[in-house]
Design a binder for this molecule. Structure first.
Ligand code: TRP
Ligand code: SF4
Length: 332
């Protein structure tokens, strides 16, 4: 299968991104033909007033992709705006997309409400799911790994593909396949405070942060509030540390921690130490690779440059067909 997914550059990634998205990508890259890209134009749909931010956030994000093992030998890694064909296809799709299709996308009204401080009454913000459709159809992707919130965007993409094929192609010669959503289950890893892990809650473990920073965050992480003193028994189900154990610890360790907590046989720090060992095992190689990649910016640029080129070749292949279909091959 051909798989495509994008991520808006938001800077350094955290463990929630790894558990929720990147671990999925790692599996997919071994089995399929994958395209992964930094959606920098998408960032401008909401942050058009601060264009400079992307310069830093995009590299931080790409470094983290590579540091966790997204492998340019196995997949095509590129930057959206380096493949201007996306903008061309978006424009051509805009002619055939009825406005109500965009207005009824659930994220549209939600985001306008949620980001009241930004004026999102723009043409580009309304059209942003259509830009996403262009991203997906450009590579004639069969499947798009996405979170639940993005499923309606893939649904729109299917409708746009269908409409394009119907308007311009013979029924037995569709140009665009209709992509499926590959729903990625929401990450089971909460933030340090038990809420969703998110930079805006200040409850993250960043990939690549110094170990002593992670260590301290975990040691000071809130636990079951009933365990005020060491000899108060606790309820693991009321404790965010337990959610981490469910993801990281062995069955035996979990049994021990559970018994120790409910009987006050162990203290919270003992319990956290079991977890810390697992976190260190996962995070240390990432941190080392991250430092290495960041120390060689020219190599990183080469990797992305060659991904951009491979993406452009694929994109141009699609656009030639699209232009021919729309009778725009003037050959001048
Ligand atoms: N809209 C996606 C998000 O906010 C990012 C994105 C842009 C994307 N283009 C895409 C995801 C194409 C999948 C396919 O997360
Ligand atoms: Fe949470 Fe572990 Fe303390 Fe129990 S022992 S309250 S599970 S940190």
């Amino acid at each position: 299968m051909r798989i495509l997914s994008g991520m808006r550059p938001t800077g350094r990634l955290h463990l929630g991104h790894k558990k929720g998205v990147l671990d999925n990508w790692l599996k997919l890259q071994d089995e399929h033909h994958c395209f992964f890209f930094a959606a920098d134009w998408h960032a401008l749909t909401t942050d058009y007033a601060n264009p400079g931010i992307v310069q830093q956030t995009i590299w931080d994000m790409l470094i983290d992709w590579l540091a966790v093992g997204i492998d340019p030998e196995k997949c095509v890694i590129f930057i959206q705006s380096e493949v201007p064909q996306h903008a061309e296809l978006h424009l051509l799709f805009s002619f055939i997309t009825p406005l109500p299709w965009l207005e009824r996308v659930p994220t549209y009204k939600d985001q306008i409400e949620q980001l009241r401080e930004k004026d999102l009454g723009t043409y580009g913000f309304l059209g942003y799911p259509l830009l996403q459709s262009a991203d997906i159809l450009m590579y004639r992707a069969d499947a798009v790994p996405v979170g639940e919130d993005q499923v309606p965007h893939v649904e729109l993409t299917r409708e746009v593909a269908r409409r394009f094929n119907h308007l311009y192609r013979k029924p037995d010669q569709p140009l665009f396949p209709e992509p499926e959503s590959l729903l990625m289950p929401a990450s089971k890893l909460p933030g340090l405070d038990g809420r969703k892990m998110s930079k805006s809650y200040n409850n993250t473990i960043e990939l690549g942060e110094e170990w002593k920073v992670t260590d301290k965050k975990v040691r000071t992480m809130p636990t079951d509030p009933a365990r005020v003193r060491r000899d108060d028994p606790g309820t693991p189900e009321k404790c965010p540390v337990w959610d981490f154990h469910k993801l990281y610890s062995t069955e035996e360790e979990r049994a021990e921690v559970h018994a120790g907590c409910t009987s006050a046989g162990i203290g919270c720090l003992d319990c956290k130490k079991v977890l810390l060992a697992h976190l260190e095992e996962e995070l240390q190689p990432i941190r080392e690779r991250r430092a290495d990649i960041a120390a060689h910016p020219d190599d990183l640029r080469d990797v992305v440059r060659s991904g951009n080129e491979r993406a452009r070749i694929e994109a141009e292949r699609t656009m030639e067909k699209v232009r021919r279909t729309l009778k725009m091959g003037y050959r001048v």
